[in-house]
Design a protein around this ligand. Structure first.
Ligand code: IMP
Ligand code: MG
Length: 428
């Protein structure tokens, strides 16, 4: 049976995709990351061990899976090799289980320099500084370096030289100390090439052939729908397409093969970096969400901005991604609240809006209209069935489900792999 499933973040990232991907991977053979790069931080806790993955799909933590980094991902080879070593040090056998698309683009040292220089200017985005934006710029400008180029010394060195010349002109205008040298860069990458070559495959042919054999494929997105370069809060977005459409271009798996789209939503809202955020809280409630929810970036350590659940935002992202199911995470973080607010619509200049506005200037003026639901003030973190949850927690979840109009099939009540309640098992 075809179970090809996409996992998408439906807010601004950090919804808990890592945990859900890990959980679902039990029932999948191949896990594919389809966009982004080492800007992502996917945290998975198993027993008393905590793993933070930036590039390799969280499905690697099961022994039976194959993990593929798709063509839509921009890969920093150094981060990838370090992450592989980290897994080996934890005793995880990764041999023959990780593949990279030979069409994936390589993040070069100059991308990181350009990322940090751009962030020093007035138009700061609050990026993770991992070189993601500049690498996608080069991809779109047809100047990028693909993994396949790394294994062809002549092509690689001529591309590096051309790029370095162009990038150094830009870098020199701001900081001469950051200028890069082509020869040392070529030498450094040539050393890595043999190990990287052993990981590279034509992932499009591989994945589609495996699908034909009946293998179950899970497509893992990074970031979230509101960080999508087309559909997010542009320009305060990442440079790729985390939404479900991006899963097809970023993996080469056609839309007709997709069976389920599972949206991951946090029981409240967070965002890192700049950009508008209608339900953001600046009061004690916001501080409580950050503290109890440990809302600090897994990649950069930055404190995350926190706010109440935003229904207009989710109406928009549920529609945009074509969600068939929802995994609601971090319900336990609300355990201590006496009452919980949910934004049901926005007031914009006296008009009521039900969907997240497409114009950033309108988003900036959107004032949340809230409904208050009673809290439960009980510990949910050891509940193992939906019925065991306190009544008000069940009511909160059912209220959200009714208004989003998509079944909430997973409820996560803690960071550990076992802290999850499955409501209506839809997997075969
Ligand atoms: P970039 O992806 O590093 O270019 O950063 C662009 C924007 O996306 C910034 O606001 C980042 O904070 C945000 N961002 C990138 N990756 C993540 C993530 O994994 N979680 C949350 N925000 C992210
Ligand atoms: Mg994260």
């Amino acid at each position: 049976m075809n179970t090809t499933t996409i996992i998408v973040g439906c807010q601004w990232g950090d919804e808990g995709k890592g945990k859900v991907v890990d959980l679902l991977s039990r029932n999948f053979d191949i896990i594919v990351r389809y966009q982004g790069g080492a800007n992502a931080g996917h945290t998975v806790e198993i027993g008393n061990k905590k793993y933070v993955l930036h590039l390799i799909p969280s499905g690697i933590l099961w022994e039976h899976t194959i993990c593929v980094i798709g063509n839509g991902v921009v890969v920093d080879p150094i981060v990838l090799l370090e992450e592989m070593n980290m897994l080996r040090e934890h005793g995880i056998n990764i041999d023959g289980r990780i593949f990279i698309s030979d069409k994936a683009h390589v993040i070069m040292p100059y991308h990181k320099v350009l990322d940090s220089l751009a962030e020093q200017g007035e138009n700061k985005i609050g990026t993770t500084g991992r070189g993601i934006g500049p690498c996608y710029v080069d991809k779109a400008a047809r100047k990028g370096i693909k993994f396949s180029d790394l294994f062809n010394p002549d092509i690689f060195s001529s591309k590096v030289k051309r790029n370095i010349e162009e990038k150094n002109d830009i870098i020199a205008k701001t900081d001469c100390n950051k200028i890069l040298y082509a020869d040392s860069l070529i030498a450094e990458f040539s050393k890595l090439a043999p190990e990287l070559q052993s990981l590279c495959i034509d992932s499009v042919v591989y994945l589609n052939t495996e699908l034909q054999k009946g293998r179950r494929v899970l497509l893992e997105g990074a970031q979230g729908a509101l960080l999508d370069v087309d559909h997010g809060t542009y320009p305060y977005v990442t440079s790729s397409s985390p939404t479900s459409g991006g899963a097809c271009t970023g993996s080469g798996i056609p839309p007709t093969a997709i069976r389920e789209v599972i949206g991951i939503l946090k029981a409240y809202t967070t965002r890192v970096g700049e950009g508008p955020f209608p339900t953001e809280l600046f009061d004690e409630d916001g501080q409580m969400l950050r503290k109890i929810g440990n809302e600090f970036g897994a990649t950069t350590g930055r404190p995350r901005r926190c706010g109440w659940f935003d229904l207009p935002l989710i109406r928009y992202t549920a529609m945009l991604n074509g969600l068939t199911q929802i995994a609601l995470t971090k319900i336990d973080i609300l355990d201590k609240f006496e009452s919980i607010k949910v934004c049901t619509s926005y007031d914009v200049d006296g008009r009521e809006l039900k969907y997240f506005p497409s114009d950033l200037e309108v988003v900036k003026r959107a004032k949340p209209i809230y409904t208050t639901l009673p809290g439960w003030q009980e510990d949910t973190s050891s509940c193992s069935t939906f019925d065991e949850l306190p009544e008000n927690a069940r009511n909160y979840i059912l209220w959200l489900e009714k208004h989003i109009e998509v079944p909430i099939t997973f409820v996560s009540i803690g960071a550990r792999r076992d802290q999850v309640i499955q409501r209506a098992p839809k997997q075969e």
